[in-house]
Design a protein around this ligand. Structure first.
Ligand code: PBG
Length: 323
């Protein structure tokens, strides 16, 4: 036998020498949940280790994370029911707590990268990402101006990257035009390009109390049987001016991540979503799997598939491991 692949695996140092994929902490985006309060830390039961945070607690969490080398964050608001309505008015109400938090984080930590969520669901009394008409249908074109108002308010507050997560047609181009018209040419868009109608968003909807009041999200989020359709979405997002493309969830969609990486020249992100995190945490807590090893294997597989950026609730756990 001249060829013995095992020779390249004989020690930790040699394995490290021939390692094909690495993941750096600076490639992670850490999702944080906020609520309207100065001080608050309400643990989210279905997302062990994550909490809804008041402003001061959130600033503290950003500081702790930055000390671990995490530089990028995405913010999601838990909005009280009294602020929710059919047209998500609160999302662009001047100085709402989400916009105030963006301002505060950028003031305290100007060097961090801050990403927002652009979608109606946290603010909508219907719990949908788009505007629900009187027949219960999601009206794509009535949603776009609402998203644009939300995006402009976030841009004005100082956001670095907008994250449209709603899957309405034409929204990337619509937002780009609205931003440019108002002079926000430097604000980036990371499009949720291939966001699938997934069972893995459960804990996130608990965290924000944002589950749809009626129906499901299948008329806008993608069918998980489809692959070529993701390339069509990617082509449109590129044409419309997206700066980065995202696949979501990550683990059941490694093939899609790989396709987009091959097809596009834009940076590719993957969202390691709440259900993917919760499964590992739950099995780990019972001693059924080694949580840390499973986390590393998961994150590296997402990277190996082609993701340049990973949004993950594991950001702090992974960063602590690498410290
Ligand atoms: C909704 C949104 C969702 C997530 C991010 N933005 C959930 C949904 O589409 O219902 C899910 C993130 C996660 O599960 O971690 N705009």
């Amino acid at each position: 036998m001249h060829n013995r692949p095992r020779r390249n695996r004989k020690s930790a140092a040699l394995r490290s020498l021939v390692r094909e994929t690495r993941l750096e902490v600076s490639q992670l985006i850490y999702p944080l949940f906020l609520l309207e309060a100065k001080k608050a830390n309400n643990p989210i039961l279905s997302l062990p280790g994550q909490s809804q945070l008041g402003l001061e607690d959130l600033l503290q969490e950003v500081e702790t994370s930055m000390n671990l080398g995490i530089e990028s964050f995405v913010l999601f608001p838990a909005v009280e029911n009294k602020h929710k309505d059919k047209t998500a008015t609160y999302s662009y109400t001047a100085d709402n707590f989400y916009l105030k938090t963006i301002r505060e984080v950028k003031k305290r930590f100007p060097e961090c990268v801050l990403m927002s969520d652009v979608a109606m669901d946290p603010y909508s009394s219907d719990g949908h990402d788009g505007y629900v008409d009187n027949n219960g249908k999601i009206d794509n074109d009535r949603t776009l101006p609402i998203l644009a108002k939300m995006a402009l308010a976030q841009a004005e507050a100082g956001i670095d990257i907008l994250g449209p997560s709603d899957m309405m047609d034409g929204r990337v181009g619509y937002l780009r035009e609205a931003l440019d018209e108002k002079g926000y040419t430097g604000v980036s868009i990371m499009s949720y390009t291939a966001k699938y109608a997934s069972a893995f968003y459960g804990p996130f909807r608990d965290a924000l109390d944002s589950a749809p009041k009626g129906g499901d999200k299948k008329t806008y989020q993608m069918d998980f049987s489809n692959k070529r359709e993701a390339l069509r979405e990617a082509m449109l997002d590129e044409d419309e001016g997206a700066d980065m493309l995202m696949v979501k969830p990550a683990l059941c969609y490694l093939d899609i991540i790989n396709d987009l990486k091959t097809f596009s020249h834009l940076p590719i992100a993957a969202y390691n979503v709440s259900g993917e995190y919760a499964m590992v945490k739950a099995a780990g807590a019972r001693g059924w799997i080694n949580e840390t090893a499973a986390m590393e294997e998961m994150l590296l597989s997402i990277r190996r598939a082609g993701a340049d950026i990973i949004l993950t609730y594991f950001a702090k756990d992974f960063a602590s491991l690498k410290k």
